[in-house]
Design a protein around this ligand. Structure first.
Ligand SMILES: Cc1ncc(COP(=O)(O)O)c(C=O)c1O
Length: 411
């Protein structure tokens, strides 16, 4: 049974969903790791290579001009989609990880000094922890963790306290890739700015699930990955306010990011090209553009509703089983379609393997959040995460297949 009209239309857009796994229709419930690609995205990439392929911003011939126009129009689409006023605030990177590394390196080197403090949260993905650890080692700065509450949220009451001493940067994930918790970007940014602290938002899990409005939120930086929004791998976005771009030194250097190179020194191009050294992810841009247009066609608010309905369905089922432990908020309004749990006394890897035998693809492990798992007191969890093409019957299949896991491991 479909619980939202969206999926009955959207499912057929994804060629891979026609395939079977172990004799069952594929139920892809690992969308927090990556999303499947609609045909329109695959076609946009093929069309680029078949008809327009060239390097960008260099040649004066027709193909080069076409490729440059496609590349730059992708920047416009991204700006539009995330509510940025100016496409020049959009930098193409290889993914969320590179976007965060870029800030830690290019902004950090110009701004960090010994004794500075950075606030991050206990629910961060490793890609929003490790770059700051390196910066901490290089510059002698202190990392301060904003703790996760027992119900998987950030304690808003604690933020003023954390900001009472000077802080150089506050960074947090908008949606936890394990707990599914939603962190209130606008409110956090407003509080941080009152203390003069810039904010970096890791939006890897949020952009495909709810509207993104960087200008309204007033965040200083925002990072996400193409492959988690139905687009290709190998491309990501760093949004940075103009003022922040001006505070950044080049991240990598080479072709494409200079205005002039002499034997002993060089001048930089203006942003965003200043931060896009070498040949950028040209072939991925039409794919990402098509993906964002695809989401816009259905409407991000519709995707959000669909995600909420699936989450509610999953939580209703999950709480029926006393041997399933849920991690993250139980209140639906505080969370999205990333639902992690453990079957008591069974390792999450064993659960995932049994589910795969029924064609159900989901993730088990620490999901690149070992700090959070340490806090939860477990080494691994089972995680199901929803996308535009999932329906409630796939969640029901997951719970049925869990019975098999119980049968195998507990009897
Ligand atoms: C919250 C969060 N941040 C960052 C990342 C890293 O994204 P990528 O591997 O695409 O750079 C992920 C990936 O799972 C994530 O969930």
């Amino acid at each position: 049974m479909n619980i939202h009209p969206l999926i009955s239309k959207a499912r057929k857009d994804f060629p891979i969903l026609k395939r079977e796994v172990n004799g069952y229709p594929l139920a892809f419930l690992d969308n927090a790791a990556t999303t499947q690609k609609p045909k329109i995205v695959i076609d946009a990439i093929t069309n680029f290579y078949e008809n327009h392929n060239s390097n960008v911003s260099r040649g004066l011939y027709t193909l080069a001009e076409e490729a440059t126009e496609i590349y730059e129009s992708g920047r416009d689409t991204v700006a539009n989609f995330i509510g940025a006023k100016d496409p020049e605030t959009i930098i193409f990177t290889s993914g969320t990880t590179e976007s965060i590394n870029l800030v830690a390196s290019a902004w950090g080197e110009k701004n960090f000094k010994r004794g500075d403090r950075i606030i991050l949260t206990e629910m961060e993905h490793h890609s929003n922890i490790v770059p700051w650890q390196l910066a901490a080692q290089s510059f002698g700065i202190e990392l301060v963790y904003w703790p996760v509450t027992p119900d998987g949220m950030l304690d808003m009451g604690m933020l003023e306290e954390l900001l009472a001493k000077p802080v150089k940067l506050l960074t947090f994930t908008m949606v936890s890739n394990v707990l599914g918790s939603i962190n209130p970007v606008e409110q956090i940014t407003e509080i941080a700015h009152r203390h003069g602290v810039p904010v970096l938002v890791d939006s890897a899990q949020a952009v495909s699930r709810m509207p993104t409005r960087v200008a309204e939120w007033d965040c200083d930086f925002l990072a996400f990955s193409g492959h988690k929004v139905y687009g290709p791998t190998g491309i990501g976005i760093l949004y940075a306010k103009k003022q922040r771009l001006e505070e950044m030194i080049p991240y990598q250097v080479g072709g494409g990011m200079i205005s002039h190179v002499g034997k002993h020194e060089s001048n930089w191009a203006v942003p965003p090209h200043k931060f896009e050294a070498g040949t950028p992810p040209i072939g991925q841009v039409p794919g990402l553009k098509a993906a964002l247009e695809y989401i816009a066609y259905y409407g991000i608010e519709e995707l959000e509703k669909h995600d909420n309905e699936l989450t509610e369905h999953a939580l209703n089922q999950l709480t029926k089983f006393p041997d399933l432990e849920l991690y993250g908020p139980s209140e639906i309004q505080n969370r999205t379609g990333v639902v992690s749990f453990n079957l008591k006394n069974v390792h999450s890897h064993d659960v995932a393997q049994v589910l795969d035998e029924s064609g159900i693809a989901l993730r088990a492990g620490h999901h690149c959040t070992q700090v959070l798992h340490d806090k939860l007191g477990v080494s691994a969890t089972v995680r199901m995460s929803f996308g535009i093409y999932n329906d409630s019957s796939e969640i029901d299949r997951m719970f049925l297949a869990l019975d098999q896991a119980r049968e195998i491991f507990l009897h």
